[in-house]
Ligand binder design. Structure first.
Ligand code: GDP
Ligand code: MG
Length: 482
């Protein structure tokens, strides 16, 4: 695309994170003397472009140069992150005073590309700092509209020009829109836990599913298996999956707030997100199973206290993930500081599990999504409730994703599906069991998921009740493009 010419002379202020391509863009369009770059000035008054100790001096000089050039009606390109509203407005005021047109140029370089460019730099900006810059860009882009610029230009380089090393297959507009994710709820790994986990993850990637979610329990739950079957610890296992270098999104579904202090969960999820370069999600809930708490010596307070705990936990986690290290004083939680490094690499969606009215209210108020069972009766009740809770606080419905947990019996064909029902149903009548788990070939499930998505469901967490081998996962490939 050919840009329309910029006014000349003009004040041009660049806005974008490190590695967005600001300096490259400016160098291709302006004379060196027209560009005032904080990096260059740090190198003039300090030891080099990344000498942060020299920033105050560099910016003092920068302001003087901008004032001098605009005062003479000369084209001036301000090459900084451009995210301080105060400084932006000062420069805009200088241009106005001299009658120079003022243009803001916003670099909406995709996060993955910014990260990739940053990584290959001599002195990369720390990943958490970069993620903070990318988040601040969203605020800055909104503020610019009301600041009075003559033009706000958006530069959005094509990511194809320099593809990031690990593109995720689902380019989605929202971080919590992620199609079909495998929820692994049983671990029949025999003598080779690591090999089994590795093979299942590779198969999930190959089948084109968007990620892997792990249950968070201490004893295998009766819905999924027997108490003496292996059930590995959540974050250790997610760490193993993270180390495989797939493009899969990873996270718990659902982690009870009763297991760990919220700050520790914030730390674990931020670490996972940082080491995988983004894509983590955090399913969180009030906890429900008394037995595992008793067995592991954990308190299991009343439902009300657990739900209160859920609200405080989400607030704590968000505070520790937010930019800055300042004290936090919120509605339910106060923290003397929020020094949490690494920060998550991207936006980690918080998905609140639970079908109760209060869980849905918590999802609507504090979450990025809810998670409920996939059956019709539940959806008929939960979706309107969730939306009513959103309406009550004026939150757009689409800000809170509806995600479901689906436990289908998937057969190679109808016969195979029924053979599986027979193996799995225990004492339940075959017809009831088959209906509850929608027993059928994978094509049936694909159609069913299409209907769920039409209904407003954004993600399906799929748990195979008889997951055993990588072939079981590869058979889900027709669902991979959902
Ligand atoms: P700034 O931090 O926003 O000033 O980013 P730079 O302009 O210094 O660019 C960061 C890195 O990305 C450098 O290695 C550039 O060579 C590279 N880069 C910038 N723009 C482009 C582009 O349009 N295409 C490609 N392939 N690389 C670019
Ligand atoms: Mg630069």
């Amino acid at each position: 695309m050919v840009d329309a010419p910029l006014p000349d002379p003009a004040l041009v202020v660049l806005v974008g994170p490190s590695g967005a391509g600001k300096s490259t863009w400016a160098a291709a369009r302006f004379r060196a003397q027209e560009i005032v770059a904080s990096d260059d000035l740090r190198a003039v008054v300090g030891s080099g472009p990344s000498d942060l100790g020299a920033s105050a001096d560099a910016f003092e000089l920068l302001d003087r140069i901008v004032a001098a050039r605009t005062g003479r009606g000369l084209t001036t390109v301000v090459d900084t992150l451009g995210m301080e509203p105060e400084r932006r407005r000062r420069h805009l005021g200088l241009a106005r005073a001299r009658g120079l047109p003022a243009v803001a140029v916003v670099f909406e370089t995709p996060l993955a590309l910014v990260r990739h460019r940053n990584r290959i730099r001599d002195r990369p900006v720390p990943a958490g700092v970069l993620a903070g810059q990318v988040r601040r860009l969203v605020d800055a882009a909104a503020q610019l509209r009301s600041e009075g610029w003559d033009q706000v230009r958006v530069v959005a380089p094509e990511s194809a020009a320099s593809p990031p090393p690990r593109p995720r297959s689902a380019p989605s507009s929202r971080s919590h829109d992620f199609g079909v994710i495998l929820q692994v709820s049983r671990f029949p790994w025999g003598e080779e836990p690591l090999a089994w986990l590795t093979d299942i993850a590779r198969a999930t990637d190959e089948a084109g599913l968007q990620g892997i979610a792990l249950m968070d329990h201490l004893i295998q739950i009766p819905q999924a298996g027997r108490a003496w079957e292996p059930l590995p610890e959540l974050w250790v296992t997610l760490g193993v999956l993270a180390g495989l270098g797939t493009r899969l999104r990873l996270g718990p579904l659902v982690s009870p707030v009763t297991f760990r202090p919220a700050g520790i969960t914030a730390k674990a999820a931020a670490t996972l997100d940082a080491i995988t370069g983004g894509g983590t999600f955090l399913g969180i809930g009030a906890g429900w199973w008394a037995r595992e708490h008793a067995a592991y010596g954990l308190p299991f307070p009343s439902p009300k206290e657990r739900l209160d705990g859920l609200e405080s936990a989400i607030e704590t986690i968000r505070a520790l993930w937010a930019a800055g290290t300042k004290p936090y004083a919120g509605q339910r939680v106060s923290l003397p500081e929020t020094t949490g490094y690494p920060r998550p690499a991207g936006a980690v969606p918080i998905v609140v599990g639970g079908t109760g009215a209060r869980s849905l209210r918590v999802a609507a108020r504090l979450g990025d999504g809810c998670n409920v069972p996939s059956d019709d009766a539940t959806l008929e009740r939960a979706i309107p409730l969730l939306r009513a809770e959103c309406d009550a606080i004026g939150r757009p419905h689409e800000d809170v994703a509806v995600t479901v947990l689906d436990v289908p019996v998937v057969g190679r064909d109808r016969d195979d599906a029924w053979a599986r029902v027979e193996r799995l149903r225990g004492r339940a009548p075959a017809g009831t069991f088959a209906a509850r788990h929608h027993a059928g070939p994978v094509s049936d499930h694909r159609d069913r998921y299409a209907r769920l998505f039409e209904r407003g469901v954004s993600s399906v967490f799929l748990a195979l009740p008889d997951l055993s081998t990588p072939e079981d996962v590869l058979a889900l490939e027709p669902l991979g493009s959902s």
